[in-house]
Design a protein around this ligand. Sequence first.
Ligand code: PLP
Length: 406
Amino acid sequence: MNVATGLDFAIQEDQQDPLRHFRNRFVIEDSELIYLDGNSLGRLPKATVELAHQVIEQQWGHGLIRSWQERWLDLPVKLGRKIAQLIGASPEEVLVADSTSVNLFKLALATMQAIPERHTIITDDLNFPSDIYVLQSTTNLVGNDSHLEILQSSDGASVLLSQLDQTIAGDTALVSLCHTAFKSGFTYDLPAVSLMANQRGSWTLWDVSHSVGVIPLDLAQTKADLAVGCTYKFLNGGPGSPAFLYISKRRQNQIQNPISGWFGTDDPFAFDLHYQPAKGIQRFLSGTPFIVSAALMEPGIDLVLEAGIERIRLKSIQQTQYVIDLFDHLLASRGYQLLTPRTSERRGSQITVRHCAAKQIVQKLHHKFQIITDFRQPDLIRLGIAPLYTSYEELWRCVQAMHEVI
Ligand SMILES: *Cc1c(COP(=O)(O)O)cnc(C)c1O
């Protein structure tokens, strides 16, 4: 056996890993369980458990209505400022609100209303289904010849820049894509696509749900106009934690929130019958923010900030490469196919393989080996790699089990 494919190598990598201590910051009750689904629902930070008591007992139980002024009113903007650091945005360009789907709807509809002379939204078939439904209902609502064009991936894994180059045209209002595709982990060259769209007068709306927290983004430096993202995956915000939206400064005064609600005004408690939107990004709030779940997402974001997004990305690239090396050695000959791109710049923090018995394999991994991976219809197995708590040893054990199980 090659040195690099043995268990010793994995253990040694873990010992030398500068981020190894972060694993202890998470609740890991079952040390036998290997969890490779952090790209669907991140683990629970220990600090969140303590904070939950404080939020419920102190802020709600003791503070009651006073907590709105003391803490809660500012929360969506305060958390937005922290996320801004992870995506290369200015503090006033990011807001925590609603779910990813709802934010996508608000920003897509706002764009179509801002540039009514253009009628097309472009996306691709690698996109998250919910995003496609939302974009479809957006064009349906706008009516007036507007329509959604869905680019087809030729290999089910990636879309070429040349395909976008041939499609983005004078009628394109919006290019709305997932930065990292949820199935294959394929990751777009975000600056290149944003620039291409910008040069043709189209806006871009990125869904960064699968890249925030594992890939550093530089949205303000690129020509990206808008973005949305999820916080319960690599940001470990907890089930149903609210999402965020990004609106670049140059677009902020060009679009209106299509769901104009009281929390989008300067002073919701003034109860003015005339809607007067807040000046800043707060006007993209609609109703009452989900305070408890928003408050509980802060420790997860803080852990990413503390570890440093560049160091997380470095470990993610090394760990995904490690799984690819093990794949070549142990899985390729067992009927598995690699779907995730081999080029590190083009992949997120997951490895996806195809196998005709994928469903049974995922079940076996769980019940026989205590390894949680993720099955996606019809034949995909996803291994989510969360550098803050995934160890090399866990990856080694998973690939060994995938080899054995056939
Ligand atoms: C996880 C995810 C979502 C989730 O949307 P919700 O509205 O929070 O349910 C949306 N888009 C993408 C790309 C995702 O990965």
